[in-house]
Write a protein that binds this ligand. Sequence first.
Ligand SMILES: [Zn+2]
Length: 457
Amino acid sequence: MAQRIVIENCAIATVDADDTEYAFGHVVIAGNRIESLGAGRAPEGLENVVRRVDATGHLVTPGLVNTHHHFYQWITRGLATDHNLFNWLVALYPIWARIDEGMTYAAAQGSLAMMARGGVTTTMDHHYVFPRGSGDLSGSIIRAAREMGVRFTLARGSMDRSEKDGGLPPDFAVETLEGALAATEATVDEHHDASFGAMTQIAVAPCSPFSVSTELLRQGAELARRKGVRLHTHGSETVEEEQFCKELFGMGPTDYFESTGWLGEDVWMAHCVHMNDSDIAAFARTKTGVAHCPSSNARLAAGIARVPDMLAAGIPVGLGVDGTASNESGELHTELRNALLINRLGGHREAALNARQALRLGTYGGAQVLGRAREIGSLEPGKLADLVLWKLDTLAHSSIADPVTALVFGAAAPVTASFVNGRQIVEDGRLTHVDEEGIARSTRDEARRLARIAAQG
Ligand SMILES: [Zn+2]
């Protein structure tokens, strides 16, 4: 019989289809699943209860789901701080092209640790820099996620359009078309787990229109569909990207993606800032998902994505940290607040997003975008036990009456406990399976080593 964990005396925001909430309720975990939840105390007489958590003063929500990130950037934070996207990329590509397995592993640990401490239970990593002879980068990233205990999708990225082909990355930073496709397929074969409750999945993820060939997009989409895995890329991030697409392909990014097989319910795209009404209609028609990254968009002066219009059109939208070279904080729980505030600066003003919608973006919306809404993203019997206990009875939040408002509008809330697959990965704000101070040291050392190597040219 599965072991049970009982969590009681807490507020609960389930983020189910009806936005069911309990002011005072309980959750019962059995094995790796949510067995039951509801108002009041847990039922009497439950057998095999190995632990009871008195969650007085807490809000329990589904674990946060991060839908866009670049873990390796953890060791290049704080550089090119006053640049737009293209200038920032040109400044950083030569450094990124020198990464190796040791650096990638440490950076993944840093990125994962920062998110997990803040209530992230599922994340992806879009990794697209594979210097020749740099080792098993994908394997090292997956290992870091396993050790942390976080549910994980590696979006195996690639770049094959360098400066000589009109692209943005330098020639030495890209793979060949054939090399990128073969390595991506091998990564799917080795690591992708399609089963219910999988801890590791792989997506096919050419980097962006300005760094990959049309052929890599086309054949990448074919590969993903042949293998039954999801597709991810960057799209419509900046005005410069839009101009690039119009000059090179004679159409805007969304039409270009459609022409290469890149709209569909198995696709999610980061940013989607510069979308006109017909772009939004195309995403809605095809159920293409969006990873909204408000802090990164602000940091790179990209603009404000039309999230309220996307939601009204029925587009699945999740939240993304994005790489920490363009969002140094590396947190997702603060993006709930940033998504709400930044969208209220747009045309919809105070009607743009409310606290419940922001929480939904960071949980269920993310699960939809990663293709896992049957398994995670809401607290419902039978779903996987990925959930977070937010402490809301301290100075920062105790005078805010409504717990969801406190979580979204208030300061970043401390995480008392976070569970993934019924297994606790955070206790009182500390990671339970890894050494946080050790990661702080190794990421600093690897950042310095990369800076040294890059300076040698
Ligand atoms: Zn990105």
